[in-house]
Write a protein that binds this ligand. Structure first.
Ligand code: NAD
Ligand code: WQD
Length: 338
């Protein structure tokens, strides 16, 4: 039997791809997800891709009775904690919901770990904790800044909570993985990004254009101080990101607080991302230049050297790979609807 791990939010975009990578590496993942932003069909896709039955509990991570049941029925080596709400714009209009959910989930996980003696947690953090800075690339020791929106602030606060938890629990290993911009889909085209409601992120929007759901995309500003004037991001294939979690799990650094950037180290502008998508899929993506989106920063990309050195992990897929896989998912799964 492999090592058992709990995956909260394991039917979401990144959690599902990571669950698949975990099974393939010989771990036994158990999922808790409320389906607030994912679909049950992801469980079927996961089981057919992995060839394994994956224990799944549908419920809210903040439900401590449920967490007690799950922790009593399984003996976990670690928790991979993905469950959170992640729509930046929505977090501005519903700050209470975001703080309640994103802080509440982590507190509930920590309380269950405390009660059941589990001593390792990998937390889904974000490059958003670096805020708006021109000191690039972002390194793990770059300053953490106040976020421009409640969603981002929940990541800053979660990292702080996890750090404080270590004081009375010095035997625990906390790993904060700061993701840059996760994109793409499983190469099978069966698992990918399918947020409920109107998407906010670039790739899901481009996918909708490719499917004919939208006529075109608005590029948010071409007057930034970048080469082509559009914002630059570090787009990371979700398969690489999933492997980053497995690497962090299998290269334990022992008790304490550990932070790793998971990114490629390369910046891509919005226009370059659109061109890469067109090249990889053969679809034309019409666009128009619009105004800046409030809260956007000009440039963000990682220095991923620490993850390479300490976790022996490095992103290997390109943005074209991500575009091809995201398009396959869009045509196979999204087009069919629910
Ligand atoms: P996602 O919305 O696809 O997945 C999150 C999953 O958590 C969903 O399946 C949702 O149903 C579940 N969930 C949310 N609240 C829950 C609750 N209270 N109880 C049980 N389940 C709950 O998002 P994702 O893109 O896979 O993101 C996973 C994690 O990575 C999140 O913590 C997110 O903040 C973080 N992150 C994402 C990105 C990104 O751009 N996608 C970047 C950096 C960090
Ligand atoms: C990427 C680029 C937009 C849509 C967000 C969160 C961050 C992290 C990842 C979780 C930007 C541009 C987008 C469109 C556009 N999430 N764009 N037209 O903003 O870098 O990061 O997701 O932690 O916290 O803030 O990602 O995909 O929204 O945008 O021009 O219709 O695409 O301006 O430059 P972002 P994104």
């Amino acid at each position: 039997m492999g090592k058992k791990v709990l995956v909260t939010g394991g039917l979401g975009f990144i959690g599902a791809e990571t669950t698949l990578a975990l099974v393939r590496e010989g771990y036994d993942p158990v999922i808790v997800d409320s389906l607030v932003n994912s679909k049950i069909r992801n469980l079927g896709a996961l089981e057919s891709l992995s060839g394994k039955k994956i224990p799944f509990y549908q419920g809210d991570v903040r439900d401590e009775t449920l967490m007690d049941k799950v922790f009593s029925q399984h003996s976990f080596e670690a928790v991979l904690h993905f469950a959170a709400l992640k729509a930046v714009g929505e977090s501005v209009t519903k700050p209470v919901l975001y703080y309640q959910n994103n802080l509440g989930c982590t507190l509930s996980v920590l309380r269950a770990m405390e009660r059941h003696g589990v001593r390792r947690i990998l937390f889904s953090s974000s490059a958003t904790v670096y805020g708006d800075s021109e000191d690039l690339p972002f390194r793990e020791d770059s300053p953490v800044r106040e976020a421009t929106n409640p969603y981002g602030e929940t990541k800053v606060m979660n990292e702080r909570m996890l750090r404080d938890y270590l004081v009375p629990h010095p035997e625990t290993e906390v790993v904060c993985l700061r993701y840059f911009n996760p994109v793409g889909a499983d190469p099978s085209g069966l698992l990918g990004e399918d947020p409920n409601g109107i998407p906010n992120n670039l790739f899901p929007i481009i996918n909708q254009v490719a499917l004919g759901i939208r006529e075109g995309i608005t590029v948010y500003g071409d007057d930034y101080g970048t080469e082509d004037g559009t914002c630059v991001r570090d787009y990371l294939h979700v398969v690489d990101l999933a492997e980053g979690h497995v690497a962090a799990l299998s290269h334990s650094k022992g008790p304490g607080f550990h932070v790793y950037n998971l990114g490629t180290g390369h910046g891509t502008s919005v226009l370059e991302a659109i061109r890469a998508y067109e090249k990889a899929t053969g679809r034309k993506i019409p666009y128009a230049i619009g105004g800046r989106r409030p809260g956007d920063i000009a440039v963000s990309y990682a220095d991923p050297a620490r993850a390479e050195r300490e976790l022996h992990w490095k992103a290997r897929l390109t943005i074209e790979d991500a575009a091809r896989d995201a398009y396959a998912f869009a045509t196979k799964v999204l087009k069919e609807g629910d």
